[in-house]
Ligand binder design. Structure first.
Ligand SMILES: Cc1cc2nc3c(=O)[nH]c(=O)nc-3n(C[C@H](O)[C@H](O)[C@H](O)COP(=O)(O)O)c2cc1C
Length: 192
């Protein structure tokens, strides 16, 4: 099963990037074909329809193709002001926007439809970014994704990783694993 993993932060010491790294390692260990991307590697401006009318940025096209190729996704969502980050929303907005000039991409939700999405989040506070997930779920459902009921919010994230960025607690690793397992299980059944 091809599993795409990314975090909605580009911060160097991002807890969510560390969580994505852990999820990628754990998913590979159970045999998933993992593509772990960093959104910082995609040169994508703030969405503007005037820009888009000139051309869809090449990195948006790269992401559309990559997301379309992966039936299973895990998103590590930071919480800003009780919601997901502008980076995540901007990425979804660009990727979901139809490319009128390209007949293969006139369906805006082509990259999203039928994807099984697992949600992880991490934050320094007790709730672990849980409120970002409560906004992310309807965003992804609107884009025609399936949301895995199993999710995990890592609270006190500043104390949760060792110096190599690995999760210290077995219980946290188990919670991440439960999301991975359910996403792979559901994607396998939906895409058989
Ligand atoms: C603009 C802004 C708003 C924030 N709002 C919240 C919030 O509502 N709830 C919360 O738990 N943390 C909030 N935080 C703290 C973030 O959870 C924290 O910076 C976290 O480390 C960001 O994720 P990252 O480590 O993956 O970059 C906020 C941070 C910023 C910069």
């Amino acid at each position: 099963m091809k599993l795409l993993i990314f975090a909605g932060s580009t911060r160097l010491q991002s807890h969510n990037r560390k969580l994505a790294h852990n999820a990628a390692t754990q998913a590979r260990a159970v045999g998933a074909e993992v593509t772990h991307i960093e959104l910082a590697d995609y040169d994508i401006p703030m969405y503007n329809a005037d820009l888009e009318a000139v051309a869809t940025p090449p990195d948006v096209m790269r992401l559309k193709v990559l997301m379309h190729e992966h039936p299973a996704w895990i998103i590590c969502s930071p919480e800003y002001n009780g919601s997901y980050t502008a980076l995540l929303k901007n990425t979804v907005d660009w990727v979901s926007s139809p490319v009128q000039a390209d007949p293969a991409w006139t369906d805006g939700f082509k990259s999203f439809r039928g994807k099984v999405v697992g949600m992880l989040s991490a934050a320094p506070g007790m709730l672990g970014g849980l409120r970002s997930q409560s906004h992310l779920a309807p965003l992804m459902l609107n884009a025609q994704c399936w949301i895995a009921p199993q999710a995990f919010a890592l609270g006190r994230a500043a104390e949760a990783f060792d110096s190599k960025g690995d999760l210290i607690s077995e219980s946290h690793r188990n919670s991440v694993q439960a999301v991975i397992d359910q996403v792979l299980w559901a994607a396998q059944r939906l895409h058989d």
